[in-house]
Design a protein around this ligand. Structure first.
Ligand code: BMA
Length: 823
């Protein structure tokens, strides 16, 4: 018998003997209807009512044209879902049968064969109902009746004697971005948004396993396996952990069992940039008289992680120590990857996380206005060495804290923590996004005429929820090694100077404050968890805004509607005028808006990295989009890299050269995030746009491990005699293992005296092209429906570069900054 046949036969045996089994009901024929209507339409589970309405051609695609407006009525209606399924006599013989909904969005009543089983009020909880008594052999019917979340929210809002900002959003435990955001449409959904199943079990079942890492050295990992087992009857059982059987006794009811487990000579899970994110399989199986009752497989990674906050001369540090070393955090913020999250595919999750890895990131913050992410997200982060900053799902408003609400949140925390806590990628749990900041700085109390006692109540409720209820629920459900809690991101609003000396900081002086990009050099905090600038999405995403022929015009109402920030277009235009010639042609405007975003973000990231170890982290706002839109994202809804994502990859490289300009000099920094030091030859050359070397300097300098250091400086006076609007400084370091170079321009792009480059493109193979130029080519933009291994890059005179494609192209079109200048 070959290996795969052996495996299959063991698998079949296991299934036959395993007494736990499940049946997915998502694939049954579901139907839905407006509760006011009589006739049913076909539905898809998991899904949302908007997708079902679209599939039945009742509404147009809300992400296209200006359709968002046309579908707003959907949120005010109540929606019913139902399916019929048959139960066999064999299935009904099981002692225990549970009906499990992994997610219901949001206010619903669940009926089985006409009997009301449960009312639900939280999209982020798992609902499990014992149904053996309610099932019958043959035909059964499940109905889930959803009440409009907006109506339900309005009723809940009446409980509070003052007006809450953006009411009724914060009264409903539902993805907050559905109510509209400054990058997302308002699409308040309803529906069975995760799988539905029946679970059958007898005697005993594994309910949940938590794996605690007690200690970790090079020799050994001491683990403790905590299992929760529900038994139907007292008795002797066997709990096998990776083939090691342990005899256990169970009592009827819920049993908490703890077992030690040791891994000798463990391999550590390393974050991206430091090595492999090694994963171990832990297989747990519950047996009785050598029959498997239920089993579970968990993947874990062995790593230590601490959040270090120590007082120092300037304030307080804020950094993550991973596997004993301070890790400089590079990454971004994540929003839900679709306005209709159930349709996000595994491939989409995998691709976005791989794109983050490829851009040299090691952390993603899941922003609190979205959803606790799908299993595939965390799995991809585990596998790619990406740490996760996990917000709880509360964002940018005030929240109630009555008993019902708090109990609901407690259950939500329990469900989510149990679901995701074994993932080695999860680094930190954060109470909320920008709520402390909203209460302290956004002036809602004045706007809504709060009395003093109303304001006090808001603060008291805030403290209760984020400083008491959530951390207590975390403590009750997490193992100690995983419990790093931070109440709010940012900890201090950007208007306060302490936001730059302690805690995590969201710096919005650029964009919201309309300050120049250069301010990023000054506003460097200990850990920058948000900052950003908008850029247009790629032309492919622009096309996808239209159901018909696209209208490439900034005046077009569809294009305008796909910008959600009230002043978005004006702000982009204003910043563009400062640094670029503003093109009138749409495609060129699109290109320059992407360059502008990349330029601003490069300045921010480099300022943060130069300030290491004062600053120990930089997470830009935002990685992705939930629809085709002009936004802060670096990857658009179609999955294409905007100019900024290519820049993020460059700016996040493990070793980086950065040039800081002062009044008198250009300071050259070498930044090294690797844990080893190395010797290198380094230097700088001033090259004019035709390729002549005007000036140079050389040095031999070692790079220290895990550091940022100023290596040398060039006095401005020394370059005084050259026309710097026609020259670029090439700074480099290198040895036989590692080479790095950086091109630094002395002027704003609009003030560069570029000459027309002759860029030639030679096809080497269908997937590989060589790009060459005669004179300096700035911001070379390769155009074509494929992913280019590099794009939006600068080329020195008389150089060439090989570009790989993700799918073959016959021809590549090209543009560079010269094409946008008034030549
Ligand atoms: C941040 C986020 C989001 C918002 C973004 C851009 O502060 O937390 O709420 O979309 O700013 O304005």
């Amino acid at each position: 018998m070959n290996k795969s046949i052996l495996f299959t036969s063991l698998f079949i045996q296991n299934v036959l003997f395993a007494q736990f089994s499940q049946r997915n009901l998502s694939s049954e024929n579901w139907q839905f209807k407006n509760s006011k209507d009589k006739s049913w339409l076909s539905a898809k589970v998991p899904g949302t009512v908007h997708l079902d309405l679209m599939n039945n051609k009742v509404i147009p695609d809300p992400l296209k044209d200006e359709n968002e407006k046309k579908v707003q009525w959907v949120e005010n209606e109540d929606w019913d879902y139902q399916t019929q399924f048959t139960i066999s006599s064999k299935e009904l013989e099981n002692k225990n049968i549970n009906l499990v909904f992994n997610g219901l969005d949001t206010f619903s009543e669940i009926y089985l064969n006409g009997k009301l089983l449960k009312k639900t009020d939280n999209m982020f909880r798992r609902w499990e109902v014992p149904v053996k008594q309610n099932l019958r052999i043959g035909n059964n019917i499940i109905q889930v009746k959803f009440k409009s979340a907006v109506t339900a929210g309005k009723e809940l809002a009446k409980k509070v004697p003052f007006i809450m900002p953006e009411s009724p959003r914060s009264f409903v435990r539902k993805a907050q971005y559905q109510f509209g955001w400054d990058w997302g449409p308002r699409l308040v959904t309803s529906g069975i948004w995760k799988d539905v199943k029946l679970e059958f079990w007898n005697n005993a079942v594994l309910e949940n396993t938590k794996i605690e890492q007690k200690s970790l050295t090079d020799k050994k990992a001491d683990l403790r396996i905590h299992t929760s087992i529900v038994a139907d009857q007292d008795g002797k059982y066997t709990l096998t952990i990776n083939d090691k059987p342990n005899e256990i006794k169970l009592k009827k009811g819920r049993n908490k069992i703890e077992m030690p487990f040791v891994i000798e000579n463990p391999k550590r899970w390393q974050p991206n940039g430091w090595g492999d994110p090694y994963l171990y399989d832990i297989k747990i199986s519950l047996q009785q008289k050598s029959k498997v009752l239920s089993d579970e497989a968990v993947k874990i990674g062995l790593r230590t992680i601490e959040l270090v906050q120590e007082k120092d001369k300037k304030g307080k540090s804020f950094y993550f120590k991973v596997n004993g070393n301070p890790l400089y955090i590079k990454g971004t913020n994540w929003i839900p990857a679709d306005s209709f999250s159930p349709r996000i595919t595994k491939e989409k999750y995998q691709k976005l996380i791989k794109d983050s890895k490829e851009a040299n990131m090691n952390m993603i913050r899941i922003w609190g206005g979205g959803i606790y992410e799908d299993e595939e997200f965390y799995k991809a982060c585990d596998e790619n060495g990406i740490l996760v900053w996990q917000d709880f799902m509360f964002a940018g408003s005030f929240y109630p804290a009555d008993e019902d609400f708090l109990n609901n949140v407690k259950e939500e925390v329990k469900d989510q923590v149990e679901r995701i806590q074994n993932h080695p990628s999860i680094a930190l749990w954060c109470g909320n996004n920008e709520i402390d900041e909203a209460i302290v700085n956004w002036g809602y109390q004045k706007q809504f005429n709060y009395s003093k006692s109303d304001s006090l109540q808001v603060w008291k409720d805030y403290k209760k929820l984020f400083h008491e209820v959530i951390p207590d629920a975390l403590k009750a459900n997490l193992t100690a090694d995983k419990n790093i809690y931070w109440p709010s991101s940012p900890s201090i609003g950007w208007g306060h100077k302490e936001s730059l000396t302690e805690g995590d900081s969201h710096y919005w002086g650029v964009w919201w404050g309309e300050q120049p990009f250069e301010i990023y050099n000054e506003k460097v905090g200990r850990f920058m968890s948000e900052y950003g600038f908008q850029g247009m999405p790629t032309m492919e995403a622009i096309k996808s805004m239209f159901s018909g022929t696209p209208e490439f015009s900034l005046q077009d109402s569809t294009v305008k509607a796909h910008e959600k920030h009230a002043r978005g277009w004006d702000i982009i235009n204003e910043y563009m005028k400062r640094d670029y010639h503003v093109p009138t042609d749409f495609v060129k405007y699109n290109y320059v808006s992407q360059l502008l975003q990349a330029r601003g973000m490069q300045m921010a990231i480099e300022a943060h990295r130069r300030a290491k170890p004062y600053n120990m982290g930089t997470l830009y706002w935002q990685l992705n989009d939930c629809w085709p839109v002009v936004s802060w994202s670096s990857i658009d809804y179609s999955g294409n890299w905007k100019a900024f994502h290519y820049q993020a990859k460059r700016s996040f490289e493990p070793t980086l050269i950065s040039v800081a300009e002062t009044d008198k000099a250009y300071e050259i920094y070498f930044i090294n995030d690797l844990l080893n030091a190395f010797g290198a030859e380094s230097g700088a050359k001033l090259i004019d746009f035709e390729g002549n070397i005007l000036w140079k300097t050389e040095a031999a300098d070692p790079l220290s491990a895990n550091s940022s250091e100023k290596h040398f400086e060039i006095k401005k006076a020394e370059l005084g005699k050259f026309d710097l609007s026609k020259a670029v400084l090439k700074v480099y370091f290198g040895n036989n293992l590692l080479q790095q170079e950086k091109l630094f321009f002395f002027n704003k792009p609009k003030d560069l005296k570029l000459s027309k480059p002759d860029i030639t493109i030679r096809k080497i193979s269908p997937m590989e092209f060589e790009i060459s130029t005669d004179v300096l080519a700035k911001d070379v933009y390769l155009i074509g429906d494929t992913h280019f291994s590099d794009n939006f890059f600068d080329m020195l005179p008389q150089t060439s570069k090989i570009i790989k494609l993700s799918k073959p192209l016959e021809k590549i079109e090209v543009m560079s900054l010269w094409d946008t200048m008034e030549n």
